[in-house]
Ligand binder design. Sequence first.
Ligand code: FAD
Length: 417
Amino acid sequence: MANDPAETAIEATCCVVGGGPAGMMLGVLLARAGLDVMVLEKHADFLRDFRGDTIHPSTLELMHELGILDDLLKQPYVPAPTIGGDIAGTTVTVADFRHLPVRCGFVAFMPQWDFLNFMAAYGARFPGFRLKMRHEATDLVEEAGRVAGVRASSPDGPVTIRADLVVACDGRHSTLRARAGFAVTDIGAPMDVMWFRLPRRPDDVAESLGVFVPGGMLVTIDRGDYWQCAYVIPKGSADTLRAAGLPAFRAGVARIKPAFANRVEAIADWDAVKLLTVTVDRLPRWHRPGLLCIGDAAHAMSPIGGVGINLAVQDAVAAANILAAPLAERRADDAVLARVQARREWPTVVTQRLQVLIQNRVVARVLGATEALSVPLPLRLLQWFPPLRRLPARLIGMGVRPEHIATPEAPRPAPAR
Ligand SMILES: Cc1cc2nc3c(=O)[nH]c(=O)nc-3n(C[C@H](O)[C@H](O)[C@H](O)COP(=O)(O)OP(=O)(O)OC[C@H]3O[C@@H](n4cnc5c(N)ncnc54)[C@H](O)[C@@H]3O)c2cc1C
């Protein structure tokens, strides 16, 4: 495609598209290694309500490896040393993070905008880090059979970013993977999520929890002064739910969690309830010359287990470890990109299989249940033998293949006198 002469053209060694957990982590790590990186984020800020809020023990460990853990933990967060649920009135503990071989034996519930703002501020320490907000990638620039950059819209008009490598970190509705024509294997999910807030009262028990009753499921995330609620519904049933009216919706929430009956009126209208469609998919091939997909752009994750952010961050660390030196030497060819997929594909496959198992065995059954629920045997075993809770803690908290920072920090120029 010919360049429009009115378009601004910018150059970068690597252009990262998407300022979510994958994109911010990758951009920061490459800039820290001395590379010239441009991160494009289509929104004006990170203040989106519907991002997951979990910072896992393995991500906290990475922060320690970078020497910024103490600073991160100065942000507001709620530590969860264990996670569990309430199944028809019985409280169960599923994972106990306190025994993990890391500095922080807990999941930090931290609003994701705080985490991303923190990473943006950390990235700004490195001269090669350029974060461009309100820049939405709209297309790829292709030359001689390879991706040579992206086109984006910006507040100042269209812009072209030419780069040796474009990394698509633009999430589960990735524009770039569609433009690249990548095949997508749809794995499917039996549920969607209605996402809304309810006020938190001083005497509420401060605990993020999944509550399961026959035909209903509600996850409540403690955000300090309010509860972020995820009301899980059968896939595609949002219109039926809306047609039944807001009073019925409020009653549905109160049925699952009676302690919220005194505040469901705070859901003033349907604008306060966002539909989040759940997708689980994977690209058979994550790359082509000049372009790599990671995070949800390569493999959209289900919310089950709250592990998608962890996987996105781990992808970014592995990608930085593998790409930093070849990018510096301008030899990040397709074989190098294939190494990133080879390293991260099986952790992705294993994690998605576990998510699908839980989606089908637990979520679909609970949503379809009409009779009283009982605590399934594997969960009962976890209550009888607490050390068994270390296994789910490992899977959720560390992931299947935890990564470590291997990119060195490039020396920074001394400040001018
Ligand atoms: C309902 C729901 C709840 C979830 N809860 C959790 C949870 O609690 N814990 C957890 O670990 N995981 C959770 N997940 C999964 C998790 O959200 C994802 O796996 C994770 O966010 C993936 O990170 P990412 O950086 O790859 O993509 P994203 O977080 O989706 O980030 C993509 C970024 O790219 C930007 N962008 C998109 N298109 C463009 C473009 N064209 N140009 C420029 N920028 C663009 C977006 O604005 C966004 O900032 C949940 C998923 C769902 C559906």
